[in-house]
Design a protein around this ligand. Sequence first.
Ligand code: MG
Length: 168
Amino acid sequence: MSARVGVGYDSHRLVPDRPLILGGVEIPCELGLSGHSDADVLAHAITDAILGAAGAGDIGAHFPPSDERWRDADSMELLRAVLAKLGGRVLNVDATVICEAPPIGPHREAIQERLSEAVDARVSVKATTNEGLGAIGRGEGMAAIAVALYEPANGPPEGTPPRTSSDE
Ligand code: MG
């Protein structure tokens, strides 16, 4: 097996008059995440985790915020586009959303379902607060961290040392 692991992190500011979208699910909240795209911090962290596992750069390189094409883009579409470009398959994803409010628990199932559908693999979503510490603790924004296990389409990527019996 030639599975690769990758990690992704993202954060966005919470502001009025924006929808709050996490993993493609709109969550009722007075504040939403600000950003060039729909600012889906969870989808962005997961996309970066997959890109990292594939050794294929980061989301900013694939969809530069300077490019008007990605204004208010649906980040779940960007995630799907990355997967289509990479080929290969995601084996699983684990992610944590960090925010003081709103509570993520009631939306966890729906978020996991949307994300699992998008990456065609098991996705686990957890949530935690920052215990009042720092900017996220003051409710100024949200962060997400994700790891993804990914199997490239055509075996190990270039530059991978030859396998030895100790790899088995
Ligand atoms: Mg982002």
